[in-house]
Every structure is written in C-alpha cells, then in structure tokens.
Design a protein around this ligand. Structure first.
Ligand code: 13P
Ligand code: SF4
Length: 328
C-alpha cells in the first residue's frame, strides 16, 4: 500500500505543482488516489471532464480537460469527440451539453447539483409570460431546465446577454429568470427589459455595503463582480462580467490586490497560477457546485452514473434556443 501511494503521488506530482499554492501537501495526499484513478478511467472509457470555473482546485486543475464559464462549456460541448462527457458543474450545464451533443453519454456526478435560478421558474411560468406579453421575445438564461428553454426564443449566458438582447433588434424583451442580471443588462441598453423574480442564492448575498467596506479595509483593491449580483453591487464594483470575463480581467490587467464577488473556488483557481497577486476573500459558496467531488466523478466514470436524459420533444425545442444563442 505504501508503495502504491508513493507511485500515485509520483504520477500526480506534476498536477500538484499547479495547485500547490492553494492545496497543502497533506490534503493533496487525500486527493491523489482519486485523481490518478480518474485520469486512468478517462483514458479507458474515452471520456472527458468539462468543469465550470466554480469547481474546487483539485477538480479544476487536477482532472478537468476543459474549464470555463457556461458559454465556453456549451460551445466546447458541441465539439467533444469522446464517447462520454462528465460535467463537473450543475445540472443545467449537463443538460445543455446533452442538448448540444445528443449522441454522447453525458454524466452528472450528483443529480442534486441544482441551481436556485433554475428552480425559480417552470415551463408553465414561461407560457404565462408569453400570454401576458404577446409578441415580446423571451430571452432565457442558460441557468434553467430544458423544459424552460423549450418555451423560450433564445438563450443567453452572463457572457453574451447584452449581445443576445441587442441582436433581436426589438424595443422590448422578456429576460428570465434572473432579475439582477436583467437589471444589470438594462443599464447597458436602450431595449426595455421585462424581468422575472429569480435570484442566485450565492450572488444575492453580496451588498453595496460589502463593496464599501472592502474599499476602506483594503486600499487600492480592484473589485470584480458577477452580473448575478444586485445592481447596486455591480454599480460600485470596478468591473462586472461572467466568470470567464473576471478570469480574463485578472490575466490581462493583473491587479495587485483584487476581490472577486462570486463563488469561492473562482479565486482559488486563479490564485493557483498567480502567486504575485493578492486575492482578498469574502466569497460565498455555491452548495450545488460543491456537491461535485473527485469521489463522485470517479464513481460516475466507474458506474456510468448519473446519465442525463431529456424528453426528445422538449430537447428538440430547447436545442433551438441554445443553438440560436451560439449562432455567429
Ligand atoms: P458563468 O456563465 O459566468 O460562468 O456563470 C454561471 C453561474 O452559475 C454563475 O453563478
Ligand atoms: Fe446557480 Fe448561483 Fe450556484 Fe451559479 S452560483 S449554479 S447561479 S446557485
């Protein structure tokens, strides 16, 4: 056993190099066996792991083949050649991958990995909105079920919401279900936006008072916020953008002292490659994202669970909404 552990640690040592600033050696020793097993299972089963930016560093830097925001994960899902996609993220991301590459087996390691935004609206709600505002196009955030996407005209992510809204060339759009994203986009466009009352349970916790306290307590700090944060938070931040946009901001502008008002693992994953920058943390954990672990990724690959399936009639309509968003 001791020999095996030594061999596993040696094989995973190059990966540990990537995360050594955010994972202490004793903790990596508890991850190495699963990391090693997942790498072997991916080869044996011709599988890839797509991981969202909110996955913990041992997943993000240790076993993922593709990492990114919701938009990048959707785009990349269309190109996957492997037989199996393991989606290390939440359920709507796995559904989106299945919609876009239906011939592949898509696995979500924990079916309880939901999203408060996806839970805030049903297909029936969307039908009611359409009846209430006849002729007004419905732009639906990807953080929704396939059934909700199926009732929509076009999807968006936080990375392309403004572009999608303006591409429609109309006076009014309905934007579902994130009220704060809708309000944050409304400030950037002349298109009138009708919103829904859904909120992200992680980002709604940040307040404008937090932003002011951060500025007072950490002179010179650069404050980045996700557009799911309330509008007064976004207004007082230095920059707002999708998880990929925040990551790019740090890469290109290299703020010496920075805080990311978003899910906690974002800072960990970026900090792992930027020892020279100071990451100030308050952050909030997404309990859904945190359901995904190395252990259940390994189980997913060992036992083919949990396979994502979508009713074909719903899938056909939902796919159109996602594909319209991805069209150049
Ligand atoms: P991004 O598309 O910016 O990665 O956001 C996804 C998400 O769930 C944010 O809470
Ligand atoms: Fe949903 Fe918020 Fe978690 Fe993102 S962070 S998956 S929007 S609950």
């Amino acid at each position: 056993m001791a020999d095996l552990d030594t061999a596993v640690l040696a094989r995973t040592a190059p990966l540990y190099e990537r995360v050594k600033r955010v994972i202490p050696p004793f903790e990596w020793a508890t991850f190495a066996d699963d990391v090693d097993a997942i790498l072997a299972l991916k080869r044996r089963r011709n599988a890839v792991v797509l991981a969202h930016n909110y996955q913990t560093p041992e997943i993000f830097h240790g076993v993922a083949d593709i990492v990114g925001d919701s938009l990048l994960l959707a785009r990349e899902a269309t190109k996957v050649d492997a037989d199996i996609i393991v989606l290390a993220g939440v359920h709507f991301m796995a559904e989106t991958a299945k919609l876009l590459n239906p011939a592949k087996t898509v696995l979500i390691p924990d079916t309880g990995a939901g999203c408060s935004l996806a839970d805030s609206i049903t297909a029936q709600d969307v039908r009611l909105m359409r009846a209430r505002y006849p002729g007004v196009p419905i732009v639906t955030y990807v953080n929704t079920s396939a059934a909700v996407k199926a009732e929509s005209d076009i999807c968006c992510t936080s990375g392309n919401a403004l572009k999608v809204v303006e591409s429609l060339g109309v006076e009014r759009v309905i934007m579902l279900p994130d009220e704060y994203l809708a309000q944050n986009i409304a400030r950037q466009t002349t298109t009138k936006i009708i919103a829904w009352k859904g909120h992200c349970e992680v980002h709604e916790l940040f307040t404008a008072a937090d932003v002011r306290e951060l500025r007072e307590g950490h002179p010179g700090i650069t404050i980045l916020a996700h557009p799911e944060c309330p509008p007064d938070v976004v207004a007082e931040a230095d920059f707002a953008g999708s998880t990929a946009a925040m990551s790019d901001y740090v890469e290109t502008k290299r703020p010496p002292r920075v805080v990311l008002l978003t899910e906690c693992s974002m800072s960990d994953n970026i900090a792992a490659s930027h020892p020279d920058l100071e990451f100030v943390r308050p952050c909030n954990l997404c309990p859904h994202m945190k359901r995904i672990t190395l252990k259940n990724i390994r189980q997913a690959l060992e036992t083919n669970r949990h396979e994502v399936t979508i009713d074909p009639e719903i899938a056909d309509r939902a796919r159109l909404s996602v594909e319209r968003m991805l069209a150049p």
